[in-house]
Design a protein around this ligand. Structure first.
Ligand SMILES: [Fe+2]
Length: 261
């Protein structure tokens, strides 16, 4: 089968136990459902969720996510974010909750999942033993690979967000430059579209399915752009093409003058 693989990255849904739960004016279950429906309007091969799945550490929030993922019929891979409770996530999601270091082999591509969460802190860190495992894997493989994690491994030009990225992100990028089969490093956490390059490797951030952070902002600020997701198209020859897709319109407005959450 030589058809390209279409993967969906949905990030930072921040779901609540209550179906009516809101984050700064957005009913997160509703916005997640709207983005998911948009993403599934075309056939897809798998879905990746890059953390901050549930905002209020509630079993019901994870149960709602599990039901939504089951209904897609797709293989789903879920990373934890700094707002998540790994124990609750694993209980509710089962195998869809990826291990702290996990590799999934797809036709022509490998997907690598790295847990960047430091329990109780907003910033992230990659354990050196996981970087060593990744280095060893890539040294033995020529298969095109994507690396997924929650926190941003590079600055995104926002003075309030940059200190809460992966504190040893440079080590990950250095590793990627030594293994050119890594075609993308892909994250959530920043609640905005972000696109950069490290050599030929694409460095990609995704919007949240709920509130959007204003790009290039010195301090916490929300943006009025609608929720969305990132599409990743993986070709058998190893090319990656990607775009961010947003809802044309979302009926709720985020509280744009909020100073944090
Ligand atoms: Fe988030």
């Amino acid at each position: 089968m030589n058809t390209p693989l279409r993967l969906l990255q949905l990030s930072d849904p921040h779901l609540f136990a209550a179906p009516t739960g809101q984050l700064l004016g957005i009913t997160t279950r509703s916005s997640f459902a709207s983005v998911l429906a948009l993403a599934l309007a075309q056939p897809a091969h798998a879905m990746i969720m890059t953390g901050d799945l549930v905002h209020d550490a509630s079993p019901d929030g994870y149960a709602a996510l599990h039901a939504a993922l089951e209904a897609t019929g797709l293989p789903c891979y879920c990373l934890a974010g700094n707002h998540d409770r790994r124990d609750l996530m694993e209980t509710a999601l089962g195998a869809a909750a990826v291990k702290p270091f996990e590799i999934q082999r797809l036709p022509f591509w490998d997907l690598v999942f790295l847990d960047s969460v430091i329990c109780g802190l907003s910033r992230g860190h990659l354990p050196p033993e996981h970087l060593a495992q990744l280095d060893a894997w890539l040294s033995d493989s020529r298969v095109a690979a994507l690396i997924f994690l929650h926190h941003h491994p590079v600055p995104v030009n926002s003075a309030w967000l940059d200190p809460i990225g992966v504190e040893n992100g440079a080590a990950l990028l250095h590793l990627c430059t030594r293994h050119p089969q890594v075609k993308g490093v892909i994250f959530g956490h920043v609640h905005q579209a972000f696109e950069s390059f490290q050599g030929d490797c694409q460095i990609l951030g995704a919007p949240s399915t709920c509130i959007q952070f204003k790009p290039d902002s010195m301090s916490f600020a929300l943006d009025a752009t609608p929720p969305g997701y990132r599409e990743l198209v993986l070709y058998p020859e190893g090319q990656l093409s990607t775009r961010v897709v947003r809802l044309a319109h979302y009926p709720e407005s985020a509280q744009l003058h909020s100073e944090g959450y």
